[in-house]
Ligand binder design. Structure first.
Ligand code: GMT
Length: 381
């Protein structure tokens, strides 16, 4: 197949999933063309099956903003025609499904459009009254729509009163890259002294991630368990968390690393992963931690219970209850055998339920169905 992929290029989960998918499809012999504003974060190499086409923005004073959606539609139409693409897979209903729709109007070539919703697009941005009609339109006009969890598929159908099916294709993880492995002692010693537990959180530090709750929970944990916290990532709430850590007098026990190209090297040496999101359609960062044998303590929201098996691979607590988050973490960290058993279960879930190869193959099958089935907007349940 000749496949185009459009995603946001930053460190967000949707861009990571799109990139891992493209790399996996290319490894299966398909030709994959990424059409994005920038080279995606985890796309560090191109090959005879893997190409990148940049969307060129033209800022002009009269226009309100650089018109990314329109520039993308133009570029998509060019690449689809030049590279004779069979299928375009866009990640995010808004704006990417709209750009795909426009590209279809421009381009003489027939191609299928698959839209994957990740949550931020349909549950956060797309629900705003200013975007709701166009988000619904983008979903309706796609040949196929997929969601990364059952929760998200149902919520998207309800929110946009859709009658069309949405296929659930869960996210996946490269369990070779994300695994517990022997690293030189300095990898852990960078963050924690011998005898201390190491807690980790990874996110883009948007308000929805509630990293202040992580810091507050950690303040309670470190009183009972000698421990350190590593906060990986960057975003608008980082400063709030840094100030809170100072106010709570625990700044010396927390490391803010910023974004890391090789987050697997930190996850491989941690004991417990903390997640305090108030909205989370899946929780890819939690899955990557689980693949590294780390149990997850998180709020019970959205698609998180589909990833973290409560009482088996982690513990889930009520939303906004950061004290419960702390108590659950303390409970696990105080029981080494249980912590290890949870970590083993977390790794097993990553290997069996969310294996990279299974994820790639599921998309391949879905594309085949789109290409061989009835044309536009008619996928079967
Ligand atoms: O919230 C993020 O970390 C980024 C965001 C995105 O849109 O890139 O992630 C969303 O997609 C990920 C991959 O499917 C999911 O794992 C995240 O749960 C989802 N974020 C939200 O639903 C808030």
């Amino acid at each position: 197949m000749r496949i185009g992929i459009t995603c946001f290029a930053g460190v967000g989960g949707s861009g990571i999933v799109a990139t891992e998918l493209g790399i996996g499809l290319a490894a299966h012999g398909h030709t994959v063309h990424f059409i994005c504003a920038e080279m995606p974060f985890r796309l560090d190499d191109l090959s005879e099956h893997l190409f990148f086409h940049q969307v060129h923005l033209f800022p002009y004073p009269v226009l309100q903003n650089p018109q990314y959606d329109l520039a993308l539609a133009s570029r998509l139409s060019e690449v689809i025609a030049e590279q004779e693409l069979d299928l375009l897979h866009v990640h995010y209903a808004v704006p990417h499904a709209i750009s795909a729709f426009l590209a279809r109007q421009i381009c003489a070539r027939a191609f299928r459009v698959v839209t994957t919703v990740h949550g931020t697009d349909t549950r956060l941005v797309g629900l705003d009254p200013s975007y709701r009609p166009i988000t619904r339109f983008g979903l309706e006009q796609s040949d196929g729509v997929t969601a990364v969890s059952h929760y998200l598929a149902e919520a998207t159908r309800d929110d946009f009163t859709l009658t069309r099916p949405i296929a659930v294709l869960p996210n996946f993880v490269d369990t070779q890259r994300f695994r517990r492995r022997a690293l030189p002692p300095c990898y852990r010693e960078n963050f924690a002294h011998p005898g201390e537990r190491l807690l980790i959180h990874v996110s883009n530090m948007r308000p929805v991630k509630r990293i202040a709750d992580i810091v507050r929970a950690f303040a309670l944990i470190q009183r009972r368990i000698p421990s350190r916290l590593v906060l990986v990532g960057d975003g608008p709430d980082r400063l709030i968390a840094e100030r809170l850590a100072c106010d709570l007098e625990i700044a010396d026990r927390i490391t803010f690393t910023g974004n890391l190209a090789h987050v697997e090297n930190v996850l491989a040496v941690g004991d417990l992963f903390l997640l305090a999101s108030e909205v989370e359609s899946f929780g890819l960062a939690a899955l990557e931690a689980m693949a590294c044998g780390m149990p997850v303590v998180a709020y019970r929201v959205g698609g998180v219970p589909e990833v973290v098996d409560d009482g088996v691979s982690g513990l889930l607590v009520p939303l906004y209850d950061f004290q419960a988050l702390a108590e659950s973490a303390i409970e696990l960290l105080s029981a080494p055998a249980r912590l290890t058993a949870f970590g083993t279960a977390a790794r097993a879930a990553a290997e069996t339920q969310f294996a990279h190869e299974t994820g790639i193959t599921a998309y391949e099958h879905y594309y085949t169905r789109m290409l061989t089935g009835a044309p536009a907007h008619a996928d079967a349940p």
